[in-house]
Write a protein that binds this ligand. Structure first.
Ligand code: ATP
Ligand code: MG
Length: 625
C-alpha cells in the first residue's frame, strides 16, 4: 500500500511556503475548495513534481516579479509510506538554500528509512523512486491524480489509450520482455551463427587434417615398405656376396694347392732338362763339325786319288828322254822313277786308307750324333712343353691368388654391407616437417575437442534460442499479451458494468485484433444502442470518463494499492444529478482511502467530508484551515 503524508512546499509557483498533510486523515473525503487562481492545482502539481520531477502544467519556479526578498528557489518535500516503510523525497529547483548541508540547487534527495540515497546520478535515483512507487508518471496522473486540464482518456488517440492501458495493466513488462527477448535472441543468434561458422571452419580443418594424416600414413607405409625392400635386397646382396665368397673359397681349395703341387713337380722335372739345350746345341755343332770333317776326308781321298792317277799316268807315260835336257832315260831311270812313283802312289793309297778310315769313323760319329740330336730334339720338345705347362700353372696360381684377393675384398665388402644393413635397420621413419602423424593427430584432437565444445554450446544455444523465441512469441502482440490484456480489460469492463446503472452508459473496451498493433477500441452504448463518444455532451463525456477512471483505478489498485485519490474539478460540467452519482461513488471509495476533491465551488459539500480552504493573498497561496 502506497500512502502519502506531510508535504512541505517552498517557492513553488504561487506557493511561498506551505505545509500540507495528505495523510492527515486515515480515510474519507477532503474537499479543497477555493476561488479560481488560489493555488489548488499548484498544490497537486507540487506533489506530482516532487515525485516525478515533472509539472502537470505551468512553470515550477515562482514568477520573478513576485518573488519576495527571502525567496531561495523551489523545494518540495514529500513523506510517504510503502508497505510499512517510510520514505522521503526532497526535490529542488534552482534552490539556493541548503539540503543535507549542501546547496540544494536542482538536487534530488531520496531517503529510505531515514537514510539518504547516496546515488549521484539523478536519473538512477529517480528510477529507484519510480520502481518503489511502482507507478509511472502517466499512470499516476490517470489513476491517483485525475487532474484539471488533463487529456481525458476517452478523448485520447487509440495508441495513447493502448499505452495507458498497457501501463495500467503492467503489460508494458510484456513489451519490455519482448524487446529483451528480441535483443537476447539477436545476441544469441549472433553467437549461434558465429559458433556455426566456427564449427564449419573446424569441420573443414578436421577434414583437411584427416586427409593429411591419411597422406602421412601412406607416406610412412610406403617408407616402411621401401625400407623392408631395401633390407631384403641388402640381405639378398649379402647372401649373393657370401655365396660368391664361398664359391671363391671353394675354388681356392680345389685348385691353388693342387696347382702348387703340380708346379712343384714340374719344376723338379724341369731340373732334369736343365742341360738339354746345351747338349742339343753342342750336338748340333758336333754334327756340323763332323760333316766338315767327312767332307775334308773325302776331299783328301779325292786329292790322294788324283795324285795316284797322276803318278800312275806318270809311270805309264814316263818319257824316254828328259824333257829339260833331252837326255834319254835309262831303263833304270825308268824303274827308279817308277818305283818312286809307286812309292808315292802307295803313300797316297795309305793316305786314302787312313782318310777312308777317318771318314768312316767320322760318319759313324755323325750318325751317332744325328741319332743323339733327334733324341735331344725330342727332349727339347718335352722341355718346352714342360716350360709352357709351368707357365700355365703359374698363371693359374696367379689367377687363384687373384681369387683369394677377391675373397678378401668380398669379405670386407660383406662386412661393410652388414654394417650398412645394421645402420639401415636402425633407420627410423623421419617424417617431413608438417607431416608428423602425432602432431597432426594432436592438432586433429584439439580440433575435435573444440568442435565438441562448440557443438555442446550450439545445442545449449539452440535450446536457449528456442526458449527465447518462445518467450518472444509469447510476449509479442500475438502472444500472451493480448490474451492477458483482454482478460484485464474484461475486469475493467466488468467493473464498468457496476457503473452502468449509475451512469446509464454501457462502456466496453476491447482489443481490435484486426489492427496491426492490437489497438484498444471503446464502445459506448446507451439504452441498447451504440453511440459515438465524440457525439456525446460534455457532461456525458465527463461522466463516462469518470466511471472509466474509477473502473481502471479499481483494477490497478489490485496490484498497486494506493491510499490516495485526488480529483481536480471532477464535477466540471456535471449537473447536480450526476454530481450526486459521482459523489456517491466517491463516498463508497472513501471507505478505504483518502480522497481529495478540488473545486472552485466554495459551497460544494459532501457528507462527512473535511474542508480545506486556500486563498490567494497578494498572488501567494495561503492555507486558511
Ligand atoms: N509561476 C508562477 N508564479 C507565481 N504565480 C503563478 C505562477 N503560475 C501560475 N501562477 C498563479 O498561481 C495561482 C494559482 O493557480 P492554480 O492553477 O493553482 O489556481 P487554482 O486554484 O487551481 O484555480 P482554478 O480554480 O482556476 O483552477 C494563479 O493565480 C496563477 O495565476
Ligand atoms: Mg486549478
Amino acid at each position: 500500500m502506497l500512502s502519502f503524508h506531510k508535504m512541505r512546499i517552498e517557492g513553488f509557483a504561487s506557493i511561498k511556503y506551505l505545509e500540507f498533510d495528505w495523510g492527515a486523515r486515515e480515510m474519507g473525503i477532503t474537499i479543497i475548495s477555493a476561488r479560481n487562481g488560489s493555488g489548488k492545482s499548484k498544490l497537486i502539481n507540487a506533489l506530482y513534481w516532487a515525485l516525478f520531477g515533472d509539472s502537470i502544467s505551468g512553470a515550477v519556479g515562482m514568477w520573478e516579479h513576485i518573488r519576495p526578498k527571502e525567496y531561495k528557489g523551489t523545494l518540495v518535500e514529500i513523506n510517504f509510506e510503502k508497505d510499512g516503510e517510510e520514505y522521503k523525497i526532497i526535490r529542488c529547483f534552482e534552490y539556493k538554500g541548503k539540503v543535507e548541508g549542501r546547496a540544494g540547487k536542482n538536487g534530488l534527495f531520496f531517503y529510505s528509512g531515514g537514510k539518504l540515497d547516496l546515488g549521484r546520478d539523478k536519473k538512477g535515483v529517480q528510477s529507484r523512486i519510480n520502481r518503489l512507487i511502482s507507478y509511472s508518471k502517466e499512470l499516476f496522473l490517470n489513476t491517483v491524480i485525475f487532474g484539471q486540464k488533463q487529456q481525458r482518456l476517452m478523448d485520447d488517440k487509440s495508441s495513447n489509450k493502448k499505452k495507458f492501458f498497457e501501463e495500467a495493466f503492467e503489460v508494458t513488462i510484456f513489451q519490455d520482455a519482448y524487446t529483451r527477448a528480441n535483443n537476447l535472441l539477436s545476441k544469441i543468434s549472433g553467437e549461434f551463427n558465429s559458433l556455426q561458422s566456427e564449427e564449419k571452419a573446424l569441420k573443414r580443418d578436421i577434414a583437411n587434417y584427416k586427409e593429411r594424416i591419411e597422406i602421412s600414413k601412406n607416406l610412412e607405409r610406403s617408407w616402411h615398405k621401401a625400407h623392408k625392400e631395401k633390407i631384403k635386397s641388402m640381405l639378398e646382396n649379402i647372401q649373393d656376396l657370401e655365396q660368391e665368397l664361398e664359391d671363391s673359397e671353394d675354388s681356392k681349395n680345389d685348385s691353388i694347392w693342387e696347382y702348387e703341387d703340380q708346379l712343384k713337380k714340374l719344376v723338379e722335372e724341369r731340373e732334369c732338362y736343365k742341360n738339354v739345350e746345351k747338349e742339343y746345341n753342342e750336338c748340333q755343332s758336333d754334327i756340323s763339325r763332323l760333316r766338315t770333317d767327312i767332307s775334308l776326308d773325302e776331299a783328301a781321298i779325292k786329292g790322294c786319288k788324283k795324285h795316284i792317277a797322276v803318278y800312275t799316268k806318270n809311270i805309264e807315260t814316263f818319257p824316254d828322254v828328259c824333257g829339260e835336257c833331252g837326255r834319254p832315260y835309262t831303263k833304270k831311270d825308268k824303274e827308279k822313277a817308277t818305283e818312286t812313283f809307286r812309292a808315292r802312289i802307295d803313300g797316297f793309297n795309305r793316305d786314302i786308307k787312313a782318310y777312308t778310315l777317318a771318314r768312316e769313323q767320322h760318319e759313324k760319329q755323325l750318325l751317332a750324333k744325328i741319332e743323339n740330336l733327334s733324341s735331344l730334339n725330342q727332349m727339347k720338345k718335352e722341355y718346352l712343353d714342360l716350360l709352357s705347362k709351368i707357365s700355365a700353372l703359374e698363371n693359374k696360381i696367379l689367377e687363384a691368388k687373384k681369387d683369394t684377393k677377391l675373397a678378401e675384398s668380398l669379405k670386407s665388402k660383406i662386412e661393410r654391407e652388414k654394417e650398412k644393413l645394421i645402420r639401415v635397420k636402425l633407420e627410423r621413419y623421419e617424417p617431413e616437417p608438417g607431416t608428423k602423424i602425432e602432431d597432426l593427430q594432436s592438432k586433429l584432437d584439439s580440433f575435435t575437442k573444440k568442435i565438441k565444445v562448440i557443438r555442446k554450446k550450439l545445442v545449449k544455444l539452440q535450446v536457449e534460442i528456442n526458449r527465447v523465441n518462445f518467450a518472444k512469441e509469447t510476449f509479442s502482440n500475438k502472444g500472451i499479451k493480448p490474451w492477458l490484456f483482454n482478460m484485464l480489460l474484461e475486469q475493467v469492463n466488468s467493473r464498468l458494468e457496476d457503473y452502468e446503472n449509475l451512469s446509464g452508459f454501457k462502456v466496453v473496451f476491447w482489443v481490435d485484433m484486426e489492427s496491426a498493433n492490437g489497438d484498444i477500441r471503446v464502445l459506448v452504448n446507451r439504452y441498447g444502442t451504440e453511440v459515438p463518444y465524440e457525439d456525446l455532451s460534455g457532461g456525458q463525456q465527463q461522466l463516462i470518463n469518470l466511471t472509466t477512471i474509477f473502473a481502471i483505478n479499481e483494477v490497478v489498485q489490485e496490484t498497486k494499492p494506493c491510499g490516495l485519490f485526488i480529483g481536480d474539478e471532477l464535477f466540471e460540467s456535471l449537473d447536480t444529478t450526476n454530481v450526486e452519482v459521482v459523489a456517491n461513488i466517491l463516498q463508497d471509495k472513501a471507505q478505504e482511502k483518502n480522497i481529495f476533491l478540488v473545486t472552485h465551488l466554495l459551497d460544494f459539500n459532501i457528507q462527512n467530508s473535511a474542508i480545506v480552504r486556500l486563498e490567494n493573498v497578494n498572488g501567494f497561496t495561503t492555507l486558511l484551515s
